[in-house]
Design a binder for this molecule. Structure first.
Ligand SMILES: NC(=O)c1ccc[n+]([C@@H]2O[C@H](COP(=O)([O-])OP(=O)(O)OC[C@H]3O[C@@H](n4cnc5c(N)ncnc54)[C@H](OP(=O)(O)O)[C@@H]3O)[C@@H](O)[C@H]2O)c1
Length: 313
């Protein structure tokens, strides 16, 4: 049995419960992971919030697609992207299923070895944001000499995007609340606030112009400023303003798109390596016991501290 989070209805965080669920033996191509730390992501509350449909047949619904823990059972033919998986391995599950639990069956295809130097909390919340940020850098073709505007630079995805763009040799202008500017500067961004006058502030910070923009926020302001400052619409990408992207003719990316999924999967081991070597830092904003998942989701939907929210089973 395992403490497991389920959404029993569609709605706000009040629909979440922690139940004692059976953990079956792993089948072919599956492993069981005893989770130590689980990443909390906005998509988790969007799912039971009904953003992707409200089919009652999917209830009760397990949540979570990433986490880090120790393998406690291995099914037949369970080989991961990095090779054989054994009981006792310290691993990261990314594109996992129902990771909000103390113990859960996961597809071996989602299992990546955790470097010894990466702590549980950073590892458990690393890959969804890092792989998304990486995908955006690829779509934008960010390279040495680019000047990139990142909207929402202090968010989970934004912080990883700042670091990945800097590793590629780009200059980064990142938007965030003033309280986050020191941290943004510490990871190599030029920080500015969002809100009225954003385009003028960015112009003043980058008099030679902006080559590319990454919108992690989805506001009209982020889209409008990107369109105003970046001449080539192929070098604007959003992960949140899907309707605007469609109507204005610039790319939007999502993990369910096969091309994005392939890019993200291909980058997993490299991103984990960089984090293990301390070249990518996944800041942890706050940890919550699994039983306080509803509080975590409530706080994540409000203005919150810099970095990731992590559940500890
Ligand atoms: N399509 C995909 O593949 C994909 C993948 C991952 C995430 N997402 C989506 O991307 C969004 C961000 O995810 P996340 O994990 O980075 O969330 P997060 O950690 O909650 O970060 C969001 C950040 O947005 C900033 N923000 C709030 N209002 C803003 C505004 N008006 N203008 C500019 N920045 C603002 C906040 O920073 P301050 O504290 O500085 O205000 C906050 O830290 C979510 O909607 C999520 O569902 C999409």
């Amino acid at each position: 049995m395992s403490a497991t989070v389920v959404a029993t209805a569609f709605g706000g965080p009040e629909v979440l419960s922690v139940i004692d669920a059976d953990v079956p033996e792993p089948g072919p191509g599956e492993v069981v992971v005893d989770f130590r730390a689980i990443g909390v992501n906005p998509v988790d509350y969007k799912i039971y919030g009904g953003a992707f449909g409200t089919d009652a047949a999917t209830l009760p619904q397990r949540l979570g697609s990433e986490g880090a823990g120790v393998v406690s059972a291995v099914g037949p033919d369970a080989v991961g992207p990095s090779g054989e998986i054994s009981v006792g391995d310290e691993v990261i599950a990314f594109r996992g299923v129902g990771t909000y639990g103390a113990r859960a069956v996961q597809p071996a295809s989602s299992i990546i070895p955790k470097p010894a130097g990466l702590d549980w909390e950073q590892a458990g919340g690393l890959l969804l944001t890092a792989a998304t940020a990486y995908d955006a850098m690829e779509v934008l073709g960010v390279a040495e000499g680019d000047v990139v505007l990142i909207h929402g630079a202090a968010g989970g995805v934004g912080l990883l995007a700042v670091q990945l763009a800097r590793l590629r040799g780009a200059t980064v202008i990142g938007t965030g609340r003033e309280v986050n500017h020191d941290y943004l500067r510490s990871v190599g961004a030029v920080a500015t606030t969002y809100g009225d006058g954003l385009a003028d502030r960015v112009r003043a910070l980058a008099p030679e112009g902006i080559n590319a923009a990454f919108d992690t926020v989805g506001t009209d302001e982020a889209v409008d400023v990107s369109l105003e400052l970046v001449a080539d619409r192929g070098r604007i990408v959003t992960i949140a303003a899907f309707e605007r992207a469609e109507s204005e003719g610039f790319p939007a990316i999502g993990g369910s798109d096969p091309d994005s999924a392939a890019r993200r999967d291909a980058a997993r081991t490299e991103l984990v390596r960089l984090a293990g070597e301390g070249k990518l830092v996944n800041v942890v904003a706050k940890t919550f016991p699994l039983a306080e998942v509803a509080t975590a989701h409530t706080e994540l939907q409000q203005s919150h501290g810099i970095g990731k929210f992590i559940l500890i089973p």
